[in-house]
Design a binder for this molecule. Sequence first.
Ligand code: AP5
Length: 216
Amino acid sequence: MRFVFLGLPGAGKGTQAHVLSEQVDIPAISTGDILRQQVQDGTPLGIEARTYMDRGEYVPDATMVRMVQERLREADASKGFILDGFPRTVAQAQALEDALADAGTPLDAVVKFTISDRIAIRRITGRFTCPVCKRTYHVEWHPPTVEGVCDLDGARLEKRSDEDELTVKRRLATYRTQTEPLETYYWERGLLREVDAEATPSEVSARMIAALADVT
Ligand code: AP5
């Protein structure tokens, strides 16, 4: 099973990718998480990426394509994967399509999680993330059992450096110009499935599972 998740920042891609990953036992691969790890480790890629991420812009396509191709060669991805946050441009989508065609392993479906800009901003400005397991919480809608602490591994939750309202608005604008064209791209290929993501996390999970019932 090979899936791509699309949607505005804050649409719940990461949240739902973890749910589906546990349900069907394939890895959820978040390019945002991989980049943030590189930033934390102070690698050349991390230093380059941070300048783009903090401005709400995308990291260059060539860098992203190379990074994802390397990740997909790891053993756990041989049984399938959920790509959360990649591709984000038509050039990235074409590179992914070519690589998967060469391997004879095309995508099964692309899920687009739909929310309004207003909800996206509220979700992101209220989010806290576990630095260890990368799960996300929300101050209002999905609080941890103990304030500031991850339910799963007890790590102290953190805010990301691109979560202030101005940067979120820039990220929304970047999505509109660079990623929205992918919806047409995947619709033309018969792969796009839309999930209304303005509901509780468990309701959105149920909608996602129903939307993928024929390919899971
Ligand atoms: P990335 O980390 O991928 O950020 P994003 O796509 O902007 O998405 P988010 O992680 O902010 O949101 P999400 O949809 O995963 O929502 P979540 O589940 O966390 O990328 C960051 C940056 O890296 C980019 O801006 C770019 O610079 C760079 N980058 C990454 N990939 C790239 C690429 N391919 N090319 C170029 N550059 C790239 O949920 C959000 C919050 O809402 C959480 O608090 C959650 O608990 C809560 N929540 C979730 N679902 C619900 C619900 N149903 N109801 C209420 N609350 C909910």
